[in-house]
Structures are given as structure tokens and as C-alpha cells.
Design a protein around this ligand. Structure first.
Ligand code: HEC
Ligand code: HEC
Ligand code: HEC
Ligand code: HEC
Ligand code: HEC
Length: 221
């Protein structure tokens, strides 16, 4: 009797744990804690391997690390283009490369739907609304968008490279042999779901969305 009584409760706890771990992903924790990715992640651009401080935070999110560790900065998608022309071109064919236009000149019905799902009241342009910018630009309020030098704005709008790979200044500057240690390749859906939340993207499914959302380079013979 007792056991049966507790089963639904257990199911609720499991559900809560699952949604908590989805809310764990990138880079909302950085925005919430105001700490660099390197504070909690072994790679300066995030990923699955956590530092001791990151592990403690994962076990108990009231254990916010006391100080930030010097990390990598957002440099914008044009910087990546210098060395990754093919990926940049393929990314240009995905909707991510046009995500800022959805705020500037997007369908007003869709904008209203998204605002409603977020519980946000739209006054003025969504392109100046903090509630919208986090998922439609690069590194919003994390040293990315809006850049101090406005000639660089184009590099920080849209869902750019660093929203999936993490901030890239150290990767861009590193010696070739060290480059991989400074950049993340997302392998799970956790990172996508930081933006593709159930409210904003109810149809999201990693395997199908990956096919059109991630730049794919045609195999070179
Ligand atoms: C206060 C600690 C903390 C900070 C700061 C932080 N993260 Fe995380 N991050 C975590 C934890 C904890 C997880 C969940 C790991 C897990 O569930 O295994 C996570 C998960 C992630 C994941 C998903 C890992 C996967 O499954 O592929 C990515 C990507 C990520 N973070 C990137 C970043 C980036 C980029 C930054 C900086 C802009 C950042 N994080 C800042 C603690 C942090
Ligand atoms: C100065 C040239 C240069 C710039 C700028 C640059 N990269 Fe790279 N990147 C490289 C090289 C070279 C490699 C291959 C390293 C290797 O094979 O060890 C690489 C590898 C990568 C990888 C694969 C890592 C792996 O584990 O296989 C990713 C992802 C990546 N870069 C993303 C980016 C992003 C995002 C930016 C912009 C923030 C960027 N790169 C900027 C030169 C650059
Ligand atoms: C920084 C936030 C963010 C991250 C991270 C992100 N996305 Fe997106 N994604 C968006 C936004 C915003 C749009 C809408 C762009 C538009 O249509 O203007 C979008 C659109 C898409 C679409 C097009 C959907 C359609 O209706 O046609 C696909 C597919 C997609 N994303 C897949 C992914 C996958 C897979 C990942 C993880 C590997 C990912 N996204 C990570 C924000 C994000
Ligand atoms: C938590 C991240 C997030 C926030 C915050 C967010 N969006 Fe989005 N938005 C997305 C994702 C993800 C998609 C793609 C959904 C899909 O197709 O599955 C999207 C799609 C859209 C689209 C449809 C683009 C198209 O043409 O297909 C519009 C318009 C839009 N968002 C406007 C807004 C507005 C307005 C706000 C602020 C009120 C906002 N978004 C806040 C993540 C976000
Ligand atoms: C929506 C998330 C997302 C965005 C945005 C994104 N990437 Fe990637 N990238 C990935 C994923 C996922 C992989 C791994 C693909 C695989 O292994 O199938 C990857 C792989 C790579 C690689 C490794 C080699 C390769 O082509 O597989 C490089 C280099 C790279 N990305 C650079 C970039 C650059 C440069 C940009 C911006 C122009 C960018 N990425 C934007 C998700 C993203």
C-alpha cells in the first residue's frame, strides 16, 4: 500500500530531475551565475567534462562557485569564417543564420505566438527586447551581443557558431596542435534544448532537427 502510494511521487521526482537537467544546458547557467564557462567546464567553451566546481554545482545548484576562472570570449561568426569557410557556408543554409530577422522583420503572428509562450508582453520591436535576444543572437549579455564596436554587430546576430561550439577566442588564437582543446563539439541534445525548449520549440527532436539545423559539409572525395 505504502509503496504503491509513493510510486506517482517517484515519477514526479524523476520528471522534475529531468526538467532540471534540461534547464542546465548552455549558456543559461553562465547568464544566471555570471561566471565564465571555464569555471565549471574543463574546456573553456563548455561540454560534458566538468571541473570540480562544476560537479559540485551539478550535484547541488545552490553551490554556485565563488569566483570566475579566466576563460574564452565570444569573437563572432565572421572570425570563425576566416578558417572554416565550408562550415560557414553550410551554416548559411540553415535557419540559424537568419534567426535575427525573425525578430526584426519576422511574421508578427509568429512573434506574438512565441512571446505568448514565454509569457512576455511585446512592446516595440522584439529585436530590442531582452526576453527575445538570448536565443536569437550570440553570447547575449555574456560579452557577445551587442558588441562594443558596432561595425561587428553582423557577426553577433543570429544563432552563430559560438552558440553551439562555445566562446572561441582562445581556440582562434591557439597553436594548431592545441586548437581542439579549446572548442566544444556538441554531441547530445542538451545544448540545443537550452533554446529549443518545450515552450519555444514543441516539435523539437534531436535526430530529425539535426539533419537541417546543423551545417553539413558535403563529403569531399
Ligand atoms: C556554474 C557552472 C556552469 C557554468 C558557469 C557553465 N556551465 Fe555549462 N553546464 C554546467 C552543468 C552542471 C551542466 C550539466 C552537465 C550534465 O548534466 O552532465 C552543463 C552543461 C553544459 C552543456 C551540455 C553538455 C552536453 O551534454 O553536451 C554545454 C554545451 C555547456 N554546459 C556549455 C557551457 C558554456 C558555453 C558556458 C559558458 C558560456 C557554460 N556552459 C557555463 C555548469 C556550468
Ligand atoms: C586561425 C584559424 C581558426 C579560427 C579563427 C577558428 N578555427 Fe576552428 N579550427 C581551426 C583548425 C586548424 C582546426 C583543426 C584542429 C585540429 O585538427 O587539431 C579547427 C577545429 C575546429 C573544430 C573541431 C574541433 C574538434 O574537436 O575536432 C571546431 C568545432 C571549430 N574549429 C570551431 C571554430 C569556431 C566556432 C570558430 C570561431 C569562434 C573557429 N573554429 C575559429 C582553425 C581555426
Ligand atoms: C542559441 C539558441 C539555439 C541553439 C543553441 C540551437 N538553436 Fe536551433 N533554432 C534557434 C532559433 C532562434 C531558430 C529559429 C530561426 C528562424 O527560423 O528564424 C532555430 C531553428 C532551428 C531549426 C529550423 C526549424 C524549422 O522550423 O524549420 C532547426 C532544424 C534547428 N534549429 C535545430 C537545432 C539543433 C539540432 C540544435 C543543436 C545542435 C540547435 N538547433 C541549437 C535557436 C537555437
Ligand atoms: C529560449 C529561447 C528562445 C527565446 C527566449 C525566444 N525564442 Fe524565438 N525561437 C526559438 C526557437 C528554438 C525557435 C525555432 C522553433 C522551431 O521551429 O522549432 C524560435 C522561432 C521563432 C520565430 C519563428 C521563426 C520562423 O520564421 O520560423 C519567431 C518569429 C520568434 N522565434 C520570435 C521570438 C520572439 C518575438 C521572442 C521574444 C518574445 C523570442 N522568439 C524568444 C527560441 C527562442
Ligand atoms: C546548431 C548548432 C551548430 C552551429 C550553429 C554551428 N555548429 Fe559546427 N557543429 C555542430 C555539430 C553538432 C557538429 C558535429 C557534426 C557531426 O559530427 O555530425 C559540428 C561540427 C563542426 C566542425 C567539425 C568539422 C565538421 O564539419 O564536422 C567545425 C569545424 C564546425 N562545426 C565549425 C562551425 C562554424 C565555423 C560555425 C559557424 C559558421 C558552426 N560550426 C556553427 C553544431 C553547430
Amino acid at each position: 500500500m505504502r509503496v504503491r502510494h509513493q510510486l506517482p511521487r517517484l515519477a514526479i521526482i524523476v520528471l522534475l530531475l529531468c526538467s532540471a537537467s534540461a534547464a542546465f544546458a548552455f549558456p543559461s547557467i553562465a547568464r544566471k551565475t555570471k561566471l565564465s564557462c571555464a569555471t565549471c567546464h574543463s574546456k573553456v567553451s563548455g561540454g560534458v567534462d566538468l571541473t570540480d566546481a562544476g560537479k559540485a554545482y551539478k550535484a547541488d545548484n545552490t553551490k554556485v562557485p565563488a569566483a570566475s576562472v579566466a576563460g574564452s570570449d565570444y569573437v563572432g561568426s565572421n572570425k570563425c569564417k576566416m578558417c572554416h569557410m565550408k562550415q560557414h557556408k553550410a551554416w548559411g543554409d540553415t535557419k540559424h543564420s537568419k534567426a535575427f530577422a525573425a525578430l526584426v522583420s519576422g511574421d508578427s503572428t509568429l512573434q506574438a505566438t512565441q512571446a505568448g509562450a514565454l509569457g512576455v508582453k511585446l512592446t516595440g520591436s522584439p529585436a530590442t527586447n531582452d526576453a527575445c535576444l538570448g536565443c536569437h543572437t550570440v553570447g547575449f549579455k555574456l560579452g557577445g551581443y551587442p558588441p562594443a564596436d558596432t561595425t561587428k554587430t553582423a557577426s553577433f546576430v543570429n544563432v552563430g557558431c559560438e552558440m553551439c561550439h562555445g566562446p572561441g577566442s582562445k581556440h582562434a588564437a591557439a597553436e594548431k596542435a592545441d586548437k581542439k582543446t579549446f572548442i566544444n563539439i556538441p554531441t547530445t541534445d542538451a545544448m540545443c534544448k537550452d533554446c529549443h525548449t518545450s515552450a519555444m520549440s514543441p516539435k523539437f527532436a534531436f535526430e530529425t532537427y539535426k539533419k537541417t539545423g546543423v551545417h553539413v559539409i558535403p563529403a569531399t572525395p
